[in-house]
Design a protein around this ligand. Sequence first.
Ligand SMILES: C[S@@+](CC[C@H](N)C(=O)[O-])C[C@H]1O[C@@H](n2cnc3c(N)ncnc32)[C@H](O)[C@@H]1O
Length: 157
Amino acid sequence: MHEIGAPDADFLQADLGSNLPFDADIFDGVVSSLAFHYVREWGRLFRQLRRVLRPGGWMVFSVQHPHADFEEYEDAQNYHERERVSTTWDSFGDEVVVPAYRRPLAAMVTPALNAGFRLEQLVEPTPTEEYRRADPERYEYEATRPNFLCLRFLLPP
Ligand SMILES: C[S@@+](CC[C@H](N)C(=O)[O-])C[C@H]1O[C@@H](n2cnc3c(N)ncnc32)[C@H](O)[C@@H]1O
């Protein structure tokens, strides 16, 4: 764990793929944007998040939509399986191969339910007007295809 000081917030860094170095029942909520698909084992991930959340806690996360993952990762082979996939990013200058894990929709929801969370809301967001103005071509693509998935879960009080 690495701690970074800030005037009015503490930033703690930890590996979501390991046992989290936090005490039980200390957080009110979890927010994760486009990070969980780098973690192989979601069963352990959600059990860990449940452990560190207080009763009545909440968890909101976004991921790439499982259908988009399956369509867009060139090395995806079987929708129904969890698969290690990779993509090449070139927007930082050098090309970087970034590994990730894609999985079907059921494999995103079921481990959270098994860890004791209750699914409260599921959203498949569509692009905004600002997005249309900024990138009309990509807007047309995303306006007609699933791209992201946002899920909100609750723990019992
Ligand atoms: C695509 S970026 C998303 C960044 C930001 N949350 C956003 O939405 O713009 C993925 C993030 O996941 C983090 N990440 C990847 N693997 C992780 C792991 N095992 N534990 C914790 N964070 C991880 C990366 O450090 C990176 O910040």
